[in-house]
Write a protein that binds this ligand. Structure first.
Ligand SMILES: CC(C)(COP(=O)(O)OP(=O)(O)OC[C@H]1O[C@@H](n2cnc3c(N)ncnc32)[C@H](O)[C@@H]1OP(=O)(O)O)[C@@H](O)C(=O)NCCC(=O)NCCS
Length: 219
C-alpha cells in the first residue's frame, strides 16, 4: 500500500478532523480523563483545522493512502519559550491500523524540512508524559527530553503533565524522509546513532541536545 505525504488542502479539513478525533480516542483513553476525550467533536476539530490550514504561520501535512487521509501533522514556530526550540511540531497522528509502517516518521521528516526551510533550526514538541508509545517513537527518531509542563485540559480535570522532546537540528529529522529527498545539510556525523528506515545514520552532536531545566511551572 502506497502512502503519500503532501501538504493539506482546504478540501482535507473534514478528513483531518475525523482522523484527529479517531486518533485521540485510540490514543488517550487512560491518559486523559474520559470526559475530555468524549468532549472532542469532529465539527469542533473541523472548525479548528479550517482556520489552521489557511494560517500562513502553520504548516499542515496529510498522509494519504488510497485517496483517504490516514494521518496528519502540523508545525510552525514554537508557541512557548519553555520548549527552548525555534520550531514546534504541534501535532502528529496516524490511525492505529496504519501505524508501524513508517508513516509517522515520514510526517515528522516532512515537517522538519518545512521548519528548516522556514528558518527554524531546532525542533521540539510536547507529549503527554504517559504517552509512552509516542515517547518511544520520538526517542527512536533521536529526540532528547527537555522541560516538563503542567497543562490544564479542561475545567476540573487533573492537569496533564507534558514533556518536551527536542531535536538540535531539524535537518536530523529529515533523514527519515524517503531516499528521493536529500537530507538537508546539518550536523549529521558518522558513528553513534540510530539508523533510519532508509539506511541513513542519525547522530546527534555529543552534548549539544541538553535537557532544559525540567522545572514544572506553577498553576
Ligand atoms: C506516534 C506515531 C505518530 C508514530 O507513527 P508510526 O507511523 O506508527 O511510526 P513509524 O512506523 O514511522 O515508526 C518509526 C520508528 O519508531 C518506532 N516506534 C513507533 N511506534 C513505537 C512504539 N509505540 N513503541 C516503540 N517504538 C515505536 C518504530 O518501531 C520505528 O522504528 P524502526 O524503524 O526502528 O522499527 C503514531 O503511533 C501515532 O499516531 N500514535 C498515536 C497518536 C500520538 O500519540 N501522537 C503523538 C502525540 S504527541
Amino acid at each position: 500500500m502506497q502512502v503519500t505525504i503532501r501538504r493539506a488542502l482546504e478540501a482535507d479539513v473534514q478528513a483531518i478532523a475525523e482522523v484527529h478525533v479517531a486518533a485521540w480516542r485510540e490514543t488517550y483513553r487512560g491518559i486523559l480523563p474520559d470526559e475530555t476525550i468524549d468532549r472532542l467533536t469532529v465539527s469542533a476539530r473541523a472548525r479548528y483545522w479550517a482556520e489552521a490550514i489557511i494560517d500562513p504561520a502553520i504548516s499542515v501535512f496529510v498522509a494519504e493512502a488510497d485517496g483517504r487521509v490516514v494521518g496528519f501533522g502540523s508545525c510552525g514556530g514554537a508557541r512557548q519559550q519553555l520548549l527552548t526550540t525555534a520550531g514546534e511540531i504541534y501535532a502528529v497522528y496516524v490511525l492505529k491500523r496504519f501505524q508501524y509502517r513508517g508513516v509517522g516518521s515520514r510526517l515528522m521528516a516532512t515537517m522538519a524540512r518545512a521548519l528548516a526551510e522556514a528558518g527554524h533550526v531546532t525542533v521540539g514538541l510536547w507529549v503527554a508524559r504517559d504517552n509512552l508509545a509516542a515517547i518511544a517513537f520520538y526517542r527512536t527518531l533521536g529526540a532528547c527530553t527537555g522541560a516538563a509542563r503542567s497543562h490544564a485540559h479542561g475545567r476540573g480535570d487533573a492537569p496533564l503533565i507534558e514533556l518536551a522532546m527536542l531535536w538540535d537540528a531539524a535537518a536530523e529529522l529529515t533523514l527519515w524522509e524517503e531516499p528521493a529527498n536529500q537530507p538537508l545539510p546539518g550536523r549529521m556525523l558518522p558513528g553513534r546513532g540510530e539508523r533510519s528506515p532508509w539506511g541513513a545514520v542519525h547522530t546527534t552532536v555529543p552534548g549539544a541536545c541538553r535537557p532544559a531545566s525540567g522545572v514544572l511551572p506553577r498553576g
